[in-house]
Design a protein around this ligand. Structure first.
Ligand code: CTP
Length: 407
């Protein structure tokens, strides 16, 4: 099975005139690397900013720019090019092109292709802030949204013209993420998901501390998959070097107690709580104010440990808890420890894996433990596994005012 994220997807990527055309070279690479086939179509204006030669080399397919291109056998490129597409993405979408789309005008290949399409249309606006704020543009964008067109962005910040404000095209990586999300079924729409991820760090003194080998990848992948599924995702992360997934609200913490406080504060607004963090079980009862020195002839330092709060068990114990999902990283005997832990933490679902076989890796193999028994999932890339797990969790978590799909 091809596990690339966009394997099997065919996109028509339409470029219109704007300096942001340079970003489309990178976007094309991201899309093709993820397994999509990309058919580039450019307006005349776009070819002033980036050449069809560059776009052909990056997409690996001939580029179309003209309605009168005779390379298509029936001479109808506006019909043929879109028929096998899963979506048309216009990036960058200029002010003029948005106006054309809103009014159904079609005086070149790309605009004709859009009006003749039978697939979804996504636009990624890019323009000067005044052009974006102009009431005509805002009217056109509202019209497009009303017509079911997906509008991605724009971003805010420094612009090529030297001004600062709304209108910048989303960065290629953000556009890529938004396109991937577009293709995912919205099984968590309207549901608020709280996720803990990564290790915690328990200080011993101002420069040292106790932590563990959790990379945070599984928790971050779950946050990404939950956001792609339409969930409203709040991620509480220990110290990790990972980028915040697109569309996710992230809060950084260091210690188990900080994580506990952040979770307890967020829980009343949570429908589903997924505890993926590898929380330190203990902390020292006294953190040295100054760096502990190695002094010849002095006894070695010793520490008294006290137990950290169990975040998952505390949430599960609340009078009206969200649907709670635990994770367990064991070093052996997963079948026994997984079910024991689920019962001990009093959660309906616990996802177990063998820690040494997953820490820091890009793939993972897990077992689902629940009262009705256990289910083993095949080893998979963490991103794809996360999507599967979000599907399993969405099926089980009670819907607002109703039962879960499994009950
Ligand atoms: N967990 C938590 N707070 C803690 C410890 C664990 O929320 N203080 C959560 C983890 O995020 C995970 C689950 O509980 O979802 C199991 O974590 P694990 O470390 O395996 O459990 P422990 O109770 O610490 O058990 P063990 O004795 O195996 O360390």
């Amino acid at each position: 099975m091809d596990t690339a994220e966009l394997a099997g997807k065919h996109l028509v990527l339409g470029l219109t005139g704007g300096i942001a055309c340079y970003k489309i070279a990178e976007l094309t690479r991201l899309l093709t690397k993820a397994g999509a086939t990309v058919q580039i179509v450019m307006t005349d204006a776009a070819t002033q900013f980036i050449t069809p030669v560059t776009m052909q080399a990056l997409s690996g397919r001939p580029v179309y720019t003209s309605q009168w291109d005779a390379r298509i056998a029936n001479n109808m490129p506006h019909i043929d090019l879109s028929r096998e597409a899963d979506a048309i993405v216009i990036a960058p979408a200029s002010t003029d092109f948005l106006a054309k789309l809103a009014h159904g005008r079609c005086d070149d290949l790309l605009s004709t292709l859009c009006i003749a399409r039978d697939c979804p249309l996504l636009v990624v606006p890019a323009m000067n802030r005044q052009m974006w704020q102009n009431s005509a543009t805002q009217r056109n964008v509202a019209q497009l949204r009303g017509d079911g067109v997906e509008v991605l962005g724009p971003d805010s910040g420094a612009q090529a013209c030297g001004e600062v404000g709304d209108g910048r095209m989303l960065e290629p990586s953000a556009t890529f993420e938004a396109i991937c999300a577009f293709f995912q079924p919205k099984i968590l729409r309207g549901r608020r998901v709280l996720i803990t991820a990564g290790p915690t760090f328990e200080p011993l003194d101002p420069v040292r501390g106790i932590t563990n080998r959790s990379s945070g990848k599984m928790g971050f992948s779950l946050a990404r998959a939950a956001a792609q599924a339409g969930g409203d995702v709040h991620l509480i992360a220990g110290p990790v070097a990972l980028e915040t997934p697109w569309g996710v609200y992230r809060e950084d913490v260091q210690t188990a107690r900080q994580m506990y406080d952040a979770v307890m504060h967020a829980t009343p607004d949570t429908d589903i709580f997924i505890a993926v963090a590898a929380v330190a079980d203990w902390r020292v009862d006294h953190v040295s104010e100054h760096k502990i020195k190695k002094t010849a002839g002095q006894p070695l330092p010793s520490f008294n440990f006290v137990e950290n709060p169990d975040i998952l068990a505390s949430v599960a114990k609340l009078p009206n808890p969200p649907y709670c999902v635990g994770f367990a990283a064991e070093s052996g005997d997963l079948d026994v420890h997984g079910e024991d832990k689920r019962v001990r933490k009093n959660v309906p679902l616990l996802i177990g894996n063998l820690g040494p076989l997953t820490f820091g890796r890009d793939d993972n193999e897990v077992v689902l433990f629940e009262a009705s028994g256990k289910t083993r999932l095949p080893r998979a890339d963490k991103k794809l596994l996360a999507r599967t797990l979000i599907g399993e969790i969405a099926k089980r978590a009670p819907r607002v005012g109703g039962d879960s799909l499994l009950s």
